[in-house]
Design a protein around this ligand. Structure first.
Ligand SMILES: [Zn+2]
Length: 290
């Protein structure tokens, strides 16, 4: 009997007019960072839906931008089909006395059925994930029963504070909000072992496998051939054993999609592929329709 074709959801991409993405796509990953480029890559690699992480900058190269809109959306027009969104949170306005206005703005946007979750950028913005500035966001996630994707680990900006991007802050949140589903982006790389323990200990914690490599198909191949680099991630994943709580994601346009799928297949035992490539994303993002 022929095996069923694998349904693939890319649970973490970008689709914002951010200089860093435009520049990396052109010079490093050699990706066509446009609607047509995205649709062609999804088609070529059998990806049926993608989740874009909202992010904006008000000046070229401004990211992480304290003046960005709140919430932050996907602003690289025109929008392709089958692209969903996690609204990006700029915590700066939430610190203001009238921060409640921004809560109302976020709620207004949550009515849009293409919005499937919320996204935080700790470290890029100078607050750890567990900071009280995000209390309103977790309250909304609980009330609307939507997941929160949280950046953790290495950052793509020299202005980001790495300590504040450490994944262990998210353990505080997992305990404080046991009813909120959370996804740790990039399995917190390079702190993958810390995330492995959290996957085991906190039922509401998940992790995506995006952004573990930056570059083109050759860079992905070089990484796969380097046993020490592969082991640095594999050890944590195997230690946790919770492959059922991992989500496939690329961080496109920072890597091309098709070779990244092959890379993730190397890290995950084949029996878990249906979970990692689609089932877990559908469970974590209840609004996602594929
Ligand atoms: Zn990302």
């Amino acid at each position: 009997m022929a095996a069923e074709p694998l349904t693939i959801i890319d649970a973490h991409i970008h689709y914002s007019a951010i200089d860093l993405f435009v520049d990396t796509a052109r010079r490093v990953s050699h990706v066509d960072y446009s609607r047509w480029g995205l649709e062609a890559e999804m088609d070529d690699s059998g990806i049926t839906a993608a989740v874009g992480m909202g992010l904006m900058e008000t000046t070229r190269g401004g990211f992480p931008d304290p003046c960005a809109e709140n919430p932050m959306a996907l602003d690289l027009a025109p929008l392709p089909a089958n692209l969903f969104c996690c609204l990006g949170i700029n915590p700066q306005p939430l610190t203001e006395p009238d921060g409640v206005i921004y809560q109302a703005r976020i709620e207004e946007r949550l009515q849009d059925s293409s919005v499937v979750g919320l996204k935080l950028y700790p470290g890029y913005y100078p607050y750890p994930a567990s900071h009280e500035v995000y209390d309103r966001v977790f309250g909304l996630a609980r009330d609307w029963q939507l997941p929160v994707v949280i950046h953790a680990g290495d950052t793509a900006s020299p202005r980001a504070i790495l300590r504040l991007a450490h994944p262990l802050y998210i353990s505080d949140l997992a305990v404080r909000y046991p009813e909120v589903t959370m996804v740790i982006a990039h399995v917190g790389n390079p702190w993958v072992m810390d995330v492995a323990v959290m996957l085991t200990n906190h039922e509401n914690i998940h992790a995506d496998l995006s952004g573990l490599i930056l570059g083109d198909a050759t860079a992905i191949d070089d990484f796969v051939q380097n046993r020490r680099l592969m082991d640095s991630i594999q050890t944590g994943l195997d230690y946790s054993g919770r492959f059922d709580k991992l989500l496939f994601g690329t961080d496109w346009p920072l890597v091309p999609m098709r070779p990244y799928i092959q890379f993730v297949k190397r890290l995950v035992p084949e029996k878990y592929w249906p979970y990692v490539f689609s089932r877990t994303a559908q469970r974590v993002f209840p609004r996602l329709r594929v």
